[in-house]
Write a protein that binds this ligand. Structure first.
Ligand SMILES: [Zn+2]
Length: 463
């Protein structure tokens, strides 16, 4: 298994601390709004990577958190808490906002056939553990307390820029990007660990007592602490969007490694963004599409999943309605093929015929999760001269990774008898015997099923 590690900017061999047990942390959403399809692409890709590792026989402990406090509107330390912004917008409490948007998010991930994480911690449930880590950081000299916050001192952590590869100029006090709202902050890259209910945040809605003062946690400490509490001090894979490299993940490393005195993450994986019509997605432009908007246009969620399979996670992907239509047509074709194979299968499969495709598929996955290449292997399989039952077996096997619910197509309670009639009808149509094809359609309907013709063949549904 080889994968690209952002830490080294290189493809590396994937080696584990515990034999075949992968400790995997994925930065989950801040639950103050409906997630757009760009975020859902990131979630789908973490799922594809998790499924690929399972396919390759790894055992995984997978965590995806919910941020329900402390993520300010700027990823630096300025602005309003996003949860409070949501609460004010809708006139309910931050926790009600969290419940509402977690429910929508989980419906979306379910529709996309994303396997539920083993753990889904909410940041607000780990306040005590966060305070313990902050206490350790103060004791070890990595943090200082101002009138407004407990702040991480990046100058004390020599490896601060090992992930983002940036250079810090310590003469540039308080300068640089981001708005520094705390005049006692020593360096612009220093960041909040705990924010007091004071100043800009004097009316904060979610606060807890702490040894340093009433307040709420900084966003970065949340992930460091949830990862440690659930997975341990050193984890194998940490994944998130490329936008997290310069600040969020850089700060997570600084906190965890300073507090624990150990390497935090062995392999950092970062997904690229989804564009719409070659532009950055933007709510203000009406291009921050949600899954609901996609479904309302008549597409099913699995079509969107199929679309996500066509670009590697480290590449930008461009969303257009035409591209989604192309994905829909391929998926329909695939579903028809599954039904066709089901109608024509017999019992015997020859493993040695299948070995070659299985190997090509595993090789694509092992090469930094080349899912688009794995999809190409699948289409080559369909075109090959393997027996129907062999093709079907492999398609369903590959779909454990793709997650296109082909098993449901194959096992939909459509009796063989119906499929046989449908196949007969297809032949009748091909030979332009429309009288016969109509008779067969009526017969199928009498038996309680509806047949619909598509460009690629047909689909059958229960009436
Ligand atoms: Zn995170």
């Amino acid at each position: 298994m080889k994968l690209y590690n952002t830490l080294s900017r290189k493809i590396e061999d994937f080696e584990l601390i515990n034999d075949k047990k992968v400790l995997f942390y994925h930065c989950g959403p801040t639950v103050y709004w409906v997630q757009h399809i760009g975020n859902l692409r990131a979630m789908t890709w973490a799922d594809l990577i998790r499924r690929a590792l399972i396919y390759l026989d790894y055992d995984i402990k997978f965590v995806r958190n919910y941020t329900d406090v402390g993520h300010l509107t700027s990823d630096q330390d300025s602005g309003e808490d996003k949860m409070e912004k949501g609460a004010k917008r809708e006139g309910i409490t931050p926790q009600q906002i969290a419940d509402k948007y977690i429910a929508i998010f989980e419906n979306d991930t379910k529709a996309l056939n994303i396997i539920d994480p083993d753990y889904k911690p909410r940041a607000s449930q780990y306040i005590k553990e966060m305070q313990e880590m902050i206490k350790t950081l103060i004791e070890k000299g990595f943090a200082y307390v101002t009138d407004l916050a407990v702040i991480y001192d990046v100058s004390k952590f020599p490896d601060y820029n090992k992930l983002n590869k940036q250079k810090l100029d310590f003469n540039q006090q308080g300068a640089g990007k981001g708005v520094v709202e705390d005049p006692e902050k020593r360096h612009f890259a220093d960041f909040n660990l705990w924010v007091f209910k004071k100043g800009t945040h004097k009316n904060a809605l979610q606060t807890w007592p702490s040894p340093w003062g009433e307040g709420f946690p900084g966003w970065h400490i949340e992930c460091s602490v949830m990862a440690k509490s659930i997975l341990g001090e050193t984890i194998d894979i940490h994944m998130g969007g490329v936008e997290h490299i310069p600040v969020h993940h850089t700060n997570e490393i600084a906190q965890s490694e300073a507090a624990n005195g150990k390497l935090f993450v062995r392999y950092w994986l970062h997904n690229e963004h989804l564009n719409v019509d070659n532009e950055k997605m933007a709510k203000s432009q009406g291009t921050g599409f949600t899954l609901k908007e996609i479904v309302n246009k008549g597409f099913d969620a699995i079509t969107l999943r199929y679309f996500f399979l066509s670009a590697h996670y480290r590449s930008k992907q461009n969303f257009t309605w035409e591209a989604l239509e192309a994905a829909e047509s391929s998926l329909k074709k695939l579903r028809t093929i599954v039904l066709d194979l089901k109608a024509n299968e017999s019992h015997e499969t020859n493993e040695s015929n299948m070995a070659d495709f299985k190997q090509q598929f595993a090789e694509a996955l092992s090469n930094d999760f080349q899912i688009p290449q794995a999809v190409a292997v699948m289409w080559n399989l369909v075109k090959s001269n393997l027996a129907p039952q062999e093709k079907l077996k492999l398609l369903l096997d590959f779909d454990k990774v793709f997650g296109l619910r082909l098993i449901e197509v194959a096992e939909e309670k459509i009796p063989k008898e119906i499929i046989k009639l449908a196949e007969e009808r297809k032949l009748a149509r091909q030979s332009k015997d429309f009288k016969k094809s109509d008779e067969l359609r009526i017969k199928i309907e009498e038996l309680g099923f509806k047949i619909e013709d598509t460009d690629e063949g047909y689909t059958i549904k229960k009436l």
